[in-house]
Design a binder for this molecule. Structure first.
Ligand code: GRG
Length: 309
C-alpha cells in the first residue's frame, strides 16, 4: 500500500535536514569569514548558531526535491549552501529585530540576544555583514550547482527582493508603525505577508528555480509559500499568547507588552487557529494542483501550525 502523503517521521526528517543545513552554514561561514576581524566573525557565528528551527532552508530543499521527484533523491551539498543563504538573511533579521531600537528583546533561541552577548554596535555590524554574505553565498552555491547564469541571477534577485523594502524590511517598518494602532485582519495579513511571508515564499521559489521548475510549478510553490507564511505567523502570534519563555526560547507575551495587533487579539484564539489551518489547506491544495505534493511539503505545512516553539 502507498503511504499516506503525510506519513513521515517528522522529527527524524527535521533533525536530518537541520544537520545538513548546519553543516552547510559551517562551510559557508568558514569560507565567508576567512580573514574577517574577530570582532565581526564572533558575533556572526553566535547569531547563526543557537539552535533555530532552520525552517526556511528546509523548505527550500523540500521544494527542490518536490520538483525533482523523479531523481534519485540525493540533494547536492551546494543545494544546502544555497538554502543556507536564506538562514543568513533570517539570522540578520533576528539580530536587528532584537536591538533596543527595534523590539528590544534580551533573549533569543534560549540565550542572550546578540547585542546582549556582545554589544549593540557589534550586533549592528554582525547583522549587516550577514546580508552581503547571504548574497555571495547564494551566487556561489548556484554556480556550484552548474545553473545557467540567468538562473543564478534570478536566485540572488529572489533573495534580495524578499529581504528588501518591498518584502521583509518593508514589513518590519509597517509592523513598527502599527504598534498601538488598531489594524484590521487584512492589514495585519499584509504586514505578515511582507515581514515573514516574503522570505518563506522566496525559500520555496528558490528551491523550485534551482530544480528547474516551470512557471506553473513556481506559481504553485509561490501560493504554498504565501499560505504557509501566513499560517506560520498566525501560529507565532498564538504561541506568544499560549507559550512559555522556557519552550519558546524568547520572551512570551511580547505582543501584548508592545500593544501589537495580532490575529488572536483580532479574531480570538480559536478563530485564529482555524484561519491558520485554512491557510495550510490552501497551501496543500496549491501544490497538489501542480502535481508537487510531497510528504515533506505536506509535513512542513502542518508543522508550521502544530509546532510548540
Ligand atoms: C532596518 C527596518 C529595518 C529592518 C531590518 C529586523 C528586520 C529587518 C526584519 C525583522 C523581521 C523579522 C524579525 C521577521 C521574523 C519574524 C519571526 C516569526 C521570527 C521567528 O522565526 P523562527 O520561528 O525562528 O523561524 P528560529 O529561531 O526558529 O529561526
Amino acid at each position: 500500500m502507498m503511504p499516506a502523503v503525510h506519513d513521515i517521521d517528522l522529527d527524524a526528517y527535521l533533525d536530518r535536514e537541520r544537520r545538513h543545513v548546519d553543516a552547510a552554514l559551517g562551510r559557508v561561514l568558514d569560507d565567508g569569514l576567512n580573514g574577517a576581524p574577530a570582532a565581526v566573525a564572533e558575533p556572526v557565528r553566535y547569531a547563526v548558531g543557537g539552535g533555530g528551527k532552520r525552517l526556511r532552508p528546509i523548505l527550500c530543499v523540500a521544494a527542490y526535491t518536490a520538483v525533482r521527484a523523479d531523481d534519485d533523491g540525493v540533494v547536492p551539498a551546494a543545494m544546502y549552501e544555497l538554502a543556507a543563504s536564506l538562514e543568513l538573511i533570517h539570522g540578520y533579521s533576528l539580530v536587528h529585530d532584537n536591538l533596543p531600537c527595534m523590539d528590544d528583546d534580551d533573549v533569543r533561541r534560549g540565550r542572550p540576544s546578540t547585542h546582549r552577548a556582545f554589544d549593540t554596535p557589534l550586533a549592528v555590524v554582525a547583522g549587516s555583514a550577514m546580508i552581503p554574505l547571504a548574497c555571495r553565498t547564494a551566487a556561489r552555491a548556484a554556480r556550484a550547482l552548474s545553473l545557467a547564469e540567468p538562473t543564478v541571477s534570478a536566485l540572488v534577485r529572489e533573495l534580495c527582493v524578499a529581504a528588501g523594502a518591498g518584502g521583509m524590511v518593508g514589513g518590519q517598518v509597517a509592523d513598527l508603525e502599527a504598534e498601538g494602532r488598531q489594524l484590521d485582519a487584512d492589514e495585519l495579513a499584509s504586514v505578515h505577508r511582507r515581514k515573514t511571508g516574503a522570505l518563506l515564499t522566496a525559500a520555496l521559489r528558490m528551491g523550485g528555480l534551482a530544480a528547474g521548475a516551470g512557471p506553473a510549478q513556481l506559481a504553485a510553490l509561490d501560493a504554498y509559500g504565501r499560505s504557509v507564511g501566513l499560517a506560520f505567523q498566525i501560529a507565532d502570534d498564538l504561541l506568544d499568547v499560549t507559550g512559555t519563555e522556557e519552550v519558546l526560547g524568547k520572551k512570551a507575551g511580547r505582543d501584548s507588552d508592545l500593544a501589537k495587533a495580532t490575529f488572536p487579539t483580532l479574531l480570538g484564539v480559536e478563530d485564529a487557529r482555524r484561519r491558520a489551518e485554512k491557510e495550510v489547506d490552501a497551501a496543500l491544495a496549491a501544490i497538489e494542483a501542480a502535481g508537487l505534493s510531497s510528504r515533506e511539503l505536506d509535513a512542513l505545512a502542518r508543522f508550521t501550525v502544530e509546532r510548540d516553539r
